[in-house]
Design a protein. Sequence first.
Length: 62
Amino acid sequence: MPAIALLAAVVAVSVEQLVQWKYGPMGIVGLLLLTIGVKARNPTCSSIGAVVLALLVTAPAS
């Protein structure tokens, strides 16, 4: 059981670092809003996070 928790933590940190590297601070804000919304079962918060991430992914490269 501790191995699964450790693996989940490593994956979570890796995803967070990847988003930070690729999409910057707004990516972290979107990911944070999405995560908090899902854990708190708040559809408004999770929807805002999903929209932020979707806008970052579909934005033209500059």
